[in-house]
Design a protein around this ligand. Sequence first.
Ligand SMILES: [Zn+2]
Length: 299
Amino acid sequence: MKLVFLGTSAAQPTAERGMTCICLVLDREILMFDAGEGAQVAYQKARLGWNKRMKIFVTHLHGDHCIGILGMLQTMSLQNRTEPVDIFGPPGIDEFLAANLKVLNFGLSFPIRVTRIREGTVHEDAAYTVSACGAEHSIPAFSYLFVEKDRPGRFYPEKARQLGVEEGKLWHELQQGREVQAGGRTVRPQEVTGEKRRGRRIGISGDTRPSPRLEAFFTGCDYMTFDSTYSDSLRDKARENYHSTSVEAAELARRAGVSNLILTHFSARYDDAGELVAEAGAVHRSVIAARDMLEIEIK
Ligand SMILES: [Zn+2]
């Protein structure tokens, strides 16, 4: 599992940074969070694959977070994609897509399924859930939380053999967390597996002010990417424009017990995010700045 940052600038691009777009790359699927203008250009550079299973989650309907969906869809279609794409976003996402597809006369080689989201669980399958919480921005906006389901503990074949459990179907049962009969007794999964592995939690703030609700929402995240549009000397500007400063992001991360904070969505006035990382680093012990094409392996 890895996070790939395709765009890390706020509102307008710079020579080094494109518009907001973050991919969470899973084994068999890509979850894209926002797609600002040019998302497909960065996506192509990252070589993430045009026919992978994909879901796109939009935080809010400002152009720098959603216009790139159109380019993504068009390029996917030119690449003869056949897999459907699921798109989730605030009310209006459906009209935005329908109107643009109509006016631009798009023909797509694959189906899209669009869902207007509300707070709560947005998507759930066997491996993970994605949920949404209202953010505090100038228009309706959401933050997203990816939570992987707990995975069974590591299986120890030697222990199973010692207890007289034959390899094959019975091992599979134990690996799935079910008891089996072997050697004249009941063997419980705990006897042959390590501790359950806790699912990983990844938070994506989108554009927002810090808030107590988001602090609760992101509690215990292994990684959280957070709006860090301004340095702390521009706190007033952050408040005015419904964004956060790097220090506000770090304060929220610390209070929420977030293990690793990734700052992103930097104002174009910052050529280098070093200053923002330094001041946030005084508040939280693990802070890095996202940059375009940065990949972070999620352990
Ligand atoms: Zn933005």
